[in-house]
Design a protein around this ligand. Structure first.
Ligand SMILES: NC(=O)c1ccc[n+]([C@@H]2O[C@H](COP(=O)([O-])OP(=O)(O)OC[C@H]3O[C@@H](n4cnc5c(N)ncnc54)[C@H](O)[C@@H]3O)[C@@H](O)[C@H]2O)c1
Length: 337
């Protein structure tokens, strides 16, 4: 039986508490928040759960095997570092930390201590994303020419991180998981309209070592909630709409063929192929439940998590390069290795 502590009971923390409590072989003993109203709410839902406003208390509790961290991003590093030093396994919400240097330090600590460090890149545990990876790995779409992602809605405005650090970690983690190419550079433009100095809209381009690229549009300033990714392949195209209830993935048998040889302009014609659209059946499972179970399994076996330190560090390397590009008006910035 693993004993878990959760730090941060705002929007996302309660989802972690609910899922860990629903799994066999673990229990949430104690939760922490500086907001006492949130703690009272947790007690009303889980009578008997212990609470604290000081995370050091649960870190020093010898009963606790693992700490799940769902606080604002600037606190991830400090809580994770102290937890690892105290010998606890950790599940940190995305993004792993506020800088590459912080992520590298946490990775090193977890390796030294032989502890599981996993980051909550929830979409890697979702059935649609797993299905898209299977489809792309099978070659059904052909060569992936480009990917475009849009994650837009009105709010929730954050004060400590811009919209790219808030929303783009989902798209970046999905893209890196699905396609097996190396990101080499980033361009990112954006604007802060509501809170000075905190961009609420960003447009990022990630360039890959095979010449391909992905664009990620993130916004807190849009009338519609949009969660959409398009994978354009040389044979077929796939649209993943996470807002759709049932048909989240649609595969379009559409492509353009350029004639290999032509002598005159009259002979030159693109050939447009319009075929069927189909939507594969996707099982409905809560991704966070699969993620929490995977965390417990990794603690038990010592296996590296699907969203471990290496994968999550890669996401922060891209975000950090994007921030530098933003400062320089969108110029190309190499991604640090
Ligand atoms: N995986 C996902 O899909 C997903 C979705 C939403 C948020 N998140 C991540 O979860 C984390 C939290 O986001 P949120 O939307 O729940 O934020 P939130 O602001 O709603 O909640 C954060 C909570 O942390 C508490 N807190 C602040 N300082 C604290 C401290 N020193 N000690 C203890 N508690 C403290 C706040 O009082 C608040 O209740 C972020 O990293 C965010 O990126 C992940």
């Amino acid at each position: 039986m693993y004993t878990i502590a959760v730090v941060g009971c705002g929007y996302w923390g309660p989802n972690l508490i609910r899922n860990f409590n629903s799994l066999q072989g673990c229990r949430v003993k104690i939760v922490c928040d500086i907001n006492k109203k949130r703690l009272a709410h947790m007690v009303s839902r889980y009578p008997g759960i212990e609470t604290t406003t000081d995370y050091d208390e649960l870190i020093n509790d010898s009963d606790i095997d693992a700490v799940a961290i769902a606080t604002p991003v600037q606190l991830h590093f400090e809580i994770a570092k102290k937890s690892l030093e105290a010998g606890k396994h950790i599940l940190i919400e995305k993004p792993m930390a506020s800088s590459v240097a912080e992520c590298e330090k946490l990775k090193e600590l977890a390796e030294q201590q032989n502890l599981t460090l996993m980051v909550g890149h929830t979409f890697l545990y979702s059935q649609p994303v797993r299905r898209i990876k299977e489809i792309i790995d099978s070659g059904d779409l052909g060569q992936i020419l480009y990917i475009s992602a849009r994650r837009l809605n009105l709010g929730l405005f954050q004060k400590d991180i811009n919209v790219a650090w808030d929303l783009a970690p989902h798209d970046i983690s999905i893209i890196l998981h699905i396609i097996d190419v190396e990101p080499v550079s980033v361009n990112c433009q954006g604007k802060a309209h509501v809170n000075k100095g905190v961009e609420d809209i960003t447009n990022m381009t990630i360039n890959f070592n095979n010449g391909g690229f992905a664009t990620i549009h993130s916004s807190w300033l849009d009338p519609n909630k949009i969660r959409e990714m398009t994978f354009v392949g040389s044979k077929r195209m796939l649209v993943y709409n996470d807002i759709e209830m049932n048909e989240k993935i649609k595969i379009y048998d559409k492509r353009v063929e350029v004639p290999p040889h032509y002598d005159t302009f009259a002979e030159f014609q693109h050939s447009y192929h319009y075929g069927d659209m189909y939507s594969p059946y996707i099982k409905q499972d809560e991704p966070l439940k699969i993620e929490c179970q995977h965390f417990l399994d990794c603690i038990k076996t010592g296996d590296p998590p699907h969203s471990g330190a290496n994968e999550s560090l890669r996401v922060v390397q891209i975000l950090e390069a994007a921030s530098e590009s933003l400062k320089n008006g969108g110029s190309k910035v190499e991604i640090a290795r």
